[in-house]
Design a protein around this ligand. Structure first.
Ligand SMILES: Cc1cc2nc3c(=O)[nH]c(=O)nc-3n(C[C@H](O)[C@H](O)[C@H](O)COP(=O)(O)OP(=O)(O)OC[C@H]3O[C@@H](n4cnc5c(N)ncnc54)[C@H](O)[C@@H]3O)c2cc1C
Ligand code: FES
Ligand code: FES
Length: 500
């Protein structure tokens, strides 16, 4: 358990919130909103704010993109989010902008709208509001801070927006035409002041609980093991909109202060379960830069800004992207619960290596009263080599057919250690122990590579589905091992990301 956490684990009251958020200069209080009502439905159907559109209702297309901001250290932090899969209550205490909120009262367009008009980027009425909102978030994060927009940040900001019919070039051009100019930046002071007044009263019987402390979260979990625990809801939101599942009670862990931190120690980093994917990949990439382009292949910007690393791991999808990487890195999980010990409620924790966490298809060692609190990742030992690969049909915003991560320690041409994590090839994210055994202690040459390719083809029995056939998956595993061999021995590096 991270050291700073131990001191904070005293009993604390639960805090739940009625839904209140800032919008267009005022605090909105839409009354009794069911816990599983989506933000999009709240906007369009309850509040009749129809500028935000529905395309896929699955977080894929970006038509429903809105921008939310949270007050931190006297400033606002902006995120573009998919309102279709976000529970409305998740924006309690935040500020919200939709596509109808950007132009001035006299009709003067916001700079991002003007840029879209000037570059002929405006397309149909479904995708355009979403593109505009992603550009607005980009504007606030870069242009309003005095920075110009480059092509990479434009692509990143638009990576969660799809157009099914025309093209992206004029929209990217509109993004890149934004000048570093803060004149239209949001006046944050009054909004920060308004958000500070939205601190919720304590309430312990809510249908949507949003505890702000770790003891509060653990107690809520202990008292309501049947409630749906959510983080960014980028998986769970789809169970509502696609699976038509009702969630009469939700515990949202994204405001738990202790779990929103990344803690750095000499031998490991500890990533809190409420840290979003973007921040988590950035933290991991500080020690291992090769993780940065891999992280950019995970979904698109809005999903990475809402979804958490903890949610990816806890959800346990066999095609989840982070787990093969974390398995190769030797990550451990800290699972926590609030238990009655000698008549007294106390936080307890246990460490579980990630490669032993999954027990079957979407099943894990997590007990009903437990939460995943931290993901602990060892820092690189000297001489470590790491490859992290994702194979999917699209570069961005796509689920992988196969993921492979390879961590090697090679000394004098001999493999001292190997850890390999694989995704998309078994019922769970898996460690390739037999392939590791074929590598360890061997010279890192063509013969060993071929033996390892044979071992990895035998080690897994992937399925055929709409993403790839079993045969393709088995072959690609071997080819990714070859890529690791080529890259780690300095033969050649071919990266799709390097092509403009
Ligand atoms: C458009 C789109 C693209 C996507 N692309 C990818 C992709 O490229 N790669 C990929 O791997 N995934 C992808 N996903 C899936 C999803 O974004 C990830 O799995 C994400 O990490 C889930 O995190 P979350 O915080 O949103 O989890 P949630 O949806 O909030 O929760 C998911 C599950 O995990 C449980 N859970 C969450 N946090 C905890 C915790 N701390 N302790 C215990 N249980 C917990 C919840 O109870 C729930 O059962 C995509 C999803 C969408 C909508
Ligand atoms: S409607 Fe497609 S992402 Fe929300
Ligand atoms: S989806 Fe709007 S123009 Fe293609």
């Amino acid at each position: 358990m991270p050291k700073t956490l131990a001191s904070s684990l005293k009993s604390a009251p639960l805090v739940t919130s009625p839904l209140r958020f800032w919008h267009r200069g005022q605090v909105m209080n839409p009354g009794n909103v069911p816990p599983d009502r989506t933000l999009l439905d709240l906007l369009r159907e309850d509040l009749r704010l129809t500028a935000t559109k529905e395309g896929c209702a699955a977080g894929d297309c970006g038509a429903c993109t809105v921008v939310v901001a949270e007050a931190k250290d006297g400033r606002l932090q902006y995120r573009a989010v998919n309102s279709c899969i976000k529970p409305a209550h998740a924006i309690g205490g935040l500020a919200l902008w939709t596509a109808a909120d950007l132009a001035q009262k006299d009709g003067t367009l916001h700079p991002v709208q003007q840029a879209m008009v000037a570059c002929h980027g405006s397309q149909c009425g479904f995708c355009t509001p979403g593109f505009v909102m992603s550009l607005f978030a980009l504007y606030q994060r870069t242009v309003a801070q005095g920075q110009a927009v480059d092509k990479h940040s434009a692509h990143e900001a638009l990576s969660g927006n799809l157009c099914r019919c025309t093209g992206y070039r004029p929209i990217v051009q509109a993004a890149c035409s934004l000048q570093a100019d803060a004149t239209q930046a949001v006046d944050e002071k009054p909004i920060v002041a308004a958000l500070q007044k939205l601190v919720a009263p304590a309430k312990t019987d809510g249908d949507y609980q949003r505890p702000s402390t770790l003891p509060g979260l653990l107690q809520a979990r202990a008292q309501h093991p049947q409630a749906q625990l959510i983080a960014g809801a980028t998986d769970a939101g789809l169970w509502i909109t696609q699976g038509l599942r009702r969630m009469p009670q939700i515990i949202d862990l994204t405001r738990v202060g202790e779990l929103r931190r990344v803690e750095h120690y000499p031998h490991h980093i500890a990533i809190g379960a409420a840290v979003n994917l973007q921040d988590a990949f950035e933290a991991l990439a500080k020690d291992r830069p090769v993780i940065a382009p891999f992280g950019e292949r995970f979904a698109g910007w809005p999903v990475r800004q809402s979804g958490t690393l903890g949610g990816n791991v806890a959800n346990g999808s066999p095609i989840g992207d982070s787990m093969p990487l974390l398995i190769a890195l030797g990550a451990q999980l800290v699972l926590m619960a609030w238990r009655n010990i000698n008549g007294k409620g106390r936080a307890v924790h246990r460490h579980v290596p990630l490669d032993r966490f999954y027990t079957g298809y979407r099943q894990s060692l997590l007990a009903p009263d437990e939460v995943l609190a931290w993901i602990v990742v060892p820092r690189p030992a000297s001489g470590e080599w790491l490859g992290a690969y994702k194979v999917s049909k699209r570069q961005e915003d796509d689920i992988s057919a196969v993921c492979l991560s390879v961590q090697l320690q090679v000394e004098g041409g001999w493999i001292k250690s190997a850890r390999i994590g694989a995704g998309g090839v078994a019922a769970t994210p898996a460690r390739a122990v037999k392939t590791e055994a074929a590598l360890i202690g061997q010279p890192w040459n063509e013969a060993t590579l071929q033996a390892a390719q044979g071992a990895i083809a035998d080690e897994f029995s992937p399925l055929s589905d709409l993403r790839a056939s079993a045969d393709y998956r088995r072959q690609i595993l071997g080819q990714l091992l070859r890529r690791a061999w080529l890259e780690s021995t300095g033969h050649t590096t071919v990266r799709l990301e390097a092509f403009a």
